[in-house]
Design a protein around this ligand. Structure first.
Ligand code: UGB
Length: 442
């Protein structure tokens, strides 16, 4: 019974129709009304102060956001993000280039960007920090770039809206496109990652370049792997490249055809660079010279592949500083794109530049020789396993003819494998904290 009465009383506390209070509830209403009045009377003089403090906080956060520890703490919708992009893009020398570097936290991307910014070009980086190899190395490269004023946008090539936003914010003169799914043998394990980055990502980027105003000139990383099963050596740009040996190679070859299409239809200026097994400090942990170094230092065995009849495999290993010079040579000699796609209409003032260059060292070295050089610099012996080259995309031999690159972009590699590996080992020992221990033992 009492329960029933309480429920009824409770029901009456709430108006049955919004805005209407029943007569029986007048005493409650007066009680609250008086308290609210008293509260307002005591706090009213504080209201201007309250408004003032809130305004100060708002102004502080709008204009004085403290410098974030990590540039990635900005989102692409922030005013701060736009400010950082613009400032990073701003050249520090007269007539400096304004360059978007994709794959900027990658091995080649980080080196090329540092070289650009050091000579006064404006650089904005893009990277998706995928986990193909240890992302902490990519983040360390990003931090290095940031310390030189290069802002890195955390984003994927396939995010067309982000790319368009970048081209809206900055009038890039050039794009150096180095973002890719790398690795010849990994394509067996994860084929779709190659399609995602090297095909879909490339098309997404070219779509944005095509509509950008002005259209940038595009310099991008192809690969020595496009020569595939080609047996004619050294490899020349005019050789046939229709027999790729891996899906990686096939996607790079496709990239050359795709960029040609955008060059032909939309007037994009295109330069493709066929890199030959690039190595050096801040390199890629998935590559042989890097993983061999790690294993030798940890006392773990390494596997050395051999071709048919135990023939040693050989590569035209090319040092990173030479590759950087090649990239800058390509950038500096690229002519402007000739197209525009305004108000949905496509216009091209004339044919645009389309070039492909080999960037190699012209001096192939066998894998066992690579190992011997590492042993020398590390002052340690490798535990070697020998295995017949598995049929998973490898080719036995690469060797670049660089006559064309020499003539047209002034490319002149100058670092031999011994010198380059010495520099790499020095960096590796320091970066991974071996230096002290190693110096004591040596
Ligand atoms: O120029 C390119 O276009 C490519 O270069 C690079 O590919 P590759 O030349 O294959 O380099 P890398 O893996 O260092 O193997 C070197 C040698 O060591 C042998 N190798 C490799 C691993 C191993 O465990 N054992 C071994 O003997 C192996 O058989 C090979 O003979 C890039 O990774 C690639 O992204 C692309 O850019």
């Amino acid at each position: 019974m009492s329960m029933r009465i309480n429920l009824d009383q409770n029901d009456n506390v709430h108006p049955s129709t919004p805005g209407k209070i029943k007569i029986e509830n007048r005493s409650y209403s007066l009680f609250f009304h008086r308290h609210i009045q008293r509260f307002l009377a005591s706090t009213t003089p504080l209201i201007p102060w309250f408004v003032f403090i809130i305004s100060l906080i708002a102004i502080f956060y709008t204009f004085n956001t403290p410098f974030p520890t990590h540039p990635q703490s900005y989102s692409s919708h922030d005013i701060q993000w736009e400010k950082k992009v613009r400032s990073s893009a701003n050249p520090r020398r007269k007539d400096g280039h304004i360059v978007l570097v994709t794959g900027v936290a990658g091995f080649v991307g980080a080196h090329v960007s540092l070289a650009l910014v050091k000579r006064g070009d404006g650089v904005v980086g893009l990277d998706n920090f995928n986990s193909y190899y240890d992302p902490s190395l990519k983040k360390a490269r990003r931090d290095l770039l940031w310390s030189h004023g290069v802002f890195v946008v955390d984003g994927d090539l396939n995010d067309g809206a982000l790319l368009n936003l970048l081209f809206d914010v900055v009038a890039f003169t050039h794009v150096i496109h180095l973002a890719a799914q790398a690795g010849v043998r990994y394509a067996i394990e994860n084929p779709s990652s190659y399609i995602h980055s090297n095909i879909a990502g490339l098309v997404s980027l070219l779509e944005s370049c095509k509509t950008a105003d002005p259209q940038p000139a595009v310099i991008w990383a192809s690969s020595s792997s496009v020569y595939g099963l080609n047996e004619k050596v050294p490899f020349s740009e005019s050789d046939l490249t229709d027999r790729p040996a891996s899906l990686y190679a096939a996607t790079k070859k496709a990239g050359e055809e795709i960029t040609h299409t955008y060059n032909h239809i939309y007037g994009l200026s295109i330069t493709g660079l066929r890199f030959f097994t690039v190595y050096g400090p801040w390199g890629r942990p998935d590559m042989a010279y890097f993983s061999f170094t790690r294993n030798i230092l940890q006392g773990k065995p390494i596997t050395i592949y051999r071709g048919k009849d135990r023939v040693d495999l050989a590569r035209d290993f090319t040092y990173i500083d030479d590759i950087v010079k090649g990239c800058l040579g390509a950038l500096d000699t690229a002519t402007k794109s000739t197209g525009s796609v305004g108000s949905g209409k496509r216009k091209k003032s004339g044919p645009a530049m389309y070039r492909i260059f080999n960037l190699g060292n012209t001096n192939p070295v066998t894998v066992p020789t690579l190992v011997a050089l590492l042993e020398k610099h590390l002052k340690m012996k490798a535990k070697k396993n020998w295995l017949e080259m598995p049929g998973n995309g490898d080719v036995p031999y690469t060797n670049a003819n660089i006559t064309k690159a020499k003539k047209e972009i002034g490319y002149k590699p100058s670092t031999d494998l011994n010198t380059g590996l010495r520099k790499f080992v020095k960096w590796y020992l320091s970066y991974y904290g071996y230096s002290n221990k190693w110096n004591k033992n040596s």
